[in-house]
Write a protein that binds this ligand. Structure first.
Ligand code: NAP
Length: 651
């Protein structure tokens, strides 16, 4: 068994709460009932709380996420009554909680969330709940299965963002010696680097956390960057990862030595070039961290400061300045409303307008009643997290499927049109008082062809401000005094902000990676990146990618879940390699190619392969979707957990 445990609180300790009846009724007004009911059933042992008649609706999520998971008003009323009684019992009696390490007690609670018909999902939900056991904790250590190699076996992880931290933790649990090479001076990856004004999650927060390091004190539904950075920083410290990191050390080259089955790593650190070797290398460098600044004529002649959103210049005060922001993708969409109140003038250069889901609570704190429940009902946060996960598990996938016979200028199937019409209705309501702006903010491409953003009304309010101009005709060039649009109009500016995204299809850029027989990874890929379940590439033994090709998610599941699955896949491959006393493991070409054909077929059927919009979801070189996972969470789980050893060559 593993020698590094993750902190898991006792699941059967009695719960005691304090408060008047009136107070309980008040907190229950803010409660997310579909998650609270199993949490209270757990705390009180009362299975009436998870009666099937109270179950959330399930199924694909419509454009606007329904309150209380689509529970009927009658079911909500009954649920509040039962929850009220449960809180009184927790105050007045000492009910015995269920022991959720016992499947007989756990199952009714889990099936409440998933419905009986979805039994296939139970292992995923159990993994995410993490009651009494950490579902990803390896059931082996190197000392147990290959004691003669334990002292020397060395793993190098590149990157200490969210994926590098969890990979380091899991490898340590297996007793493997780990070194993490991190180009920045701190951990946290994207949540360390992106500190632009307004930076926050635009996906539900609780589910954006590790299953093995859960937290109940998230302050917002869509948390701000500083809290995410704090979370990953704390995880790195508590899990013992921080002391494994060589900071300010950027990997330049990896070369596999066929003879010795060792990776030679060349990195540039604070003292200059460093060389080290490793039995295995895990790349956890992320997909979105190399800024893309388009080659626009005259950019270097601009007389004021200019920067990319990921390299925010906090030393420049924007108060009273004229600012030009180029781009209206996810980052600029958060920057623009945040800086608008302070600047003298804001010019927004939009090439393609975004679709957005309405989310009233996008900038809100967790409401007080919900806060109290999260703070006082132990494990409620686990149910809330798994509820967010399960609601999104297949999310809006059905809305994204393309119908080759569907003819509409801005949608790709009947279901996609249903979503498009809903999203258009929202935009029309937002701009009802500014019909002049409406044609410029209504997208003319299918929802999902590029990332759908989230809005609480702040976007329209900002674009309507008298000192904000929306320019739609594109950027022709930059002059010392500002940005010239394609109609030849100069928009004077003191500062330019590039919200122009990342070189997302240049995976592992700019590292040189040389595998077996001198094969160069970038030449092998030829701009069309592929990896088996995002992890393995033929000719590159003992190299594992996390958040690799085709493991980004668009409208379903959780990125944290998918990457935990990727890490568990890596650990199980290592187990096989060590058990068979092999020096290397490498995916065979035939299953690799079959897998990629399957992924391409899946992606071709999805709206993000539609070419009516530019998007980082498709490779700039091949046009193929090299970023996204087109299938269900279950498919990824099965592929990474029920695999056949014949897929790999062991040497
Ligand atoms: P992005 O979505 O790729 O947006 C880039 C923007 O720059 C687009 O509006 C694009 O226009 C524009 N652009 C690019 N080249 C241009 C040119 N030559 N002239 C004019 N405009 C140009 O990049 P991003 O906003 O940095 O977001 C990238 C990803 O990061 C997101 O999709 C998301 O996955 C992640 N992110 C997540 C969060 C979060 O909350 N979790 C927040 C921010 C970012 P076109 O649309 O016409 O190409």
């Amino acid at each position: 068994m593993s020698n590094v445990t993750t902190p898991t609180p006792a699941v059967d300790a009695p719960v005691r709460v304090h408060g008047t009846d009136e107070f309980f009724r008040e907190v229950l007004r803010d409660a997310e009932l579909p998650a609270l009911l199993p949490a209270l059933a757990h705390a009180t042992g009362d299975f009436r709380l998870v009666d099937p008649s109270l179950r959330p609706a399930g199924g694909p999520i419509p454009a606007v996420t329904p309150p209380q998971g689509g529970m009927s008003p009658q079911a909500q009323q009954r649920a509040r009554e039962l929850a009220f009684e449960a809180l009184r019992r927790l105050r007045d009696e000492s009910p015995r909680p269920l022991n959720l390490t016992n499947d007989a007690d756990l199952m009714p609670l889990v099936t409440f969330m998933t419905g009986e018909q979805n039994v296939e999902y139970l292992p995923l939900v159990n993994h995410e709940l993490g009651f009494g056991r950490d579902g990803g904790d390896p059931d082996w250590t190197i000392d147990e299965i290959a004691p003669h190699r334990a002292a020397d076996f060395h793993a190098v992880i590149i990157g200490c963002g969210p994926q590098g931290i969890q990979a380091a933790h899991r490898l340590r649990q297996a007793g493997i010696k780990v070194t993490v090479l991190e180009k920045n001076g701190d951990v946290g990856g994207t949540w360390y680097e992106n500190s632009y004004p307004g930076c926050r999650l635009d996906t539900p927060n609780f589910t954006y956390s590790y299953s093995f390091f859960q937290k109940h004190t998230w302050p917002q539904a869509y948390t701000e960057q500083k809290y995410l950075y704090e979370y990953f920083s704390e995880a790195a410290s508590v899990l013992g990862v921080r002391e494994l990191v060589w900071f300010n050390t950027e990997v330049e080259k990896l070369r596999f030595d066929d003879e010795a089955s060792l990776w030679h790593i060349t990195a540039r650190g604070p003292e200059g070039v460093v060389e080290l070797t490793a039995d295995i290398v895990v790349s956890a460098v992320g997909q979105l961290n190399r800024p893309n600044i388009p080659d626009i004529p005259g950019a270097d002649t601009f007389q004021g400061p200019q920067w990319h959103t990921v390299q925010w210049r906090h030393d420049v005060d924007l108060t009273g300045k004229r600012v030009a922001v180029i781009g209206t993708g996810a980052s600029a969409f958060q920057v623009i409303p945040t800086i608008a109140p302070d600047v003298a003038h804001l010019t927004v250069f939009q090439r393609t307008p975004p679709w957005m889901y309405p989310a009233k609570d996008y900038h809100e704190a967790i409401p007080p009643g919900m806060r109290w429940l999260l703070d006082n009902i132990p494990h409620f946060h686990r149910w809330y997290r798994v509820y967010q996960f399960y609601m999104n598990i297949e999310g809006r996938i059905p809305f994204m499927e393309r119908d080759p016979d569907w003819k509409h200028p801005a949608s790709c199937s009947a279901k996609n049109e249903e979503l498009r019409a809903e999203l258009e209705k929202y935009l029309r309501s937002q701009f009802a008082d500014r019909p002049d702006l409406l044609p410029h903010v209504l997208p003319a491409y299918p929802p999902g062809a590029k990332r759908i953003l989230r809005d609480n009304g702040v976007w329209a309010r900002t674009l309507k401000l008298p000192h904000v101009d929306l320019v739609n005709c594109g950027v022709r060039c930059i002059e010392p005094r500002g940005v010239v649009d394609n109609d030849g109009v100069l928009h004077e500016a003191d500062v330019i902000v590039w919200g122009t995204g990342f070189k997302a299809s240049d995976f592992l850029y700019p590292m040189t990676v040389i595998g077996r027989n001198g094969v160069n990874l970038h030449e092998e890929w030829g701009g069309d990146v592929q990896a088996y379940y995002g992890v393995n590439v033929p000719d590159f033994p003992n190299l594992f990618l996390l958040y690799g090709p085709n493991t980004n998610l668009v409208v379903n599941g959780s990125l944290m879940f998918l990457q935990e699955m990727g890490t568990e896949f890596i650990l199980s491959q290592l187990k096989l390699m060590l058990e068979t006393d092999s020096r290397s493991i490498e995916v065979k070409r035939e299953p690799f190619e079959a897998y990629n054909r399957w992924v391409d077929e899946g992606n071709a059927r999805m709206s993000w392969s539609d070419t009516r919009a530019n998007s980082w979801y498709r490779s700039t070189k091949s046009g193929r979707s090299s970023q996204n996972w087109p299938y269900s969470m279950l498919d990824y789980w099965k592929g990474t957990h029920g695999w056949d050893a014949s897929v790999f060559t062991l040497r």
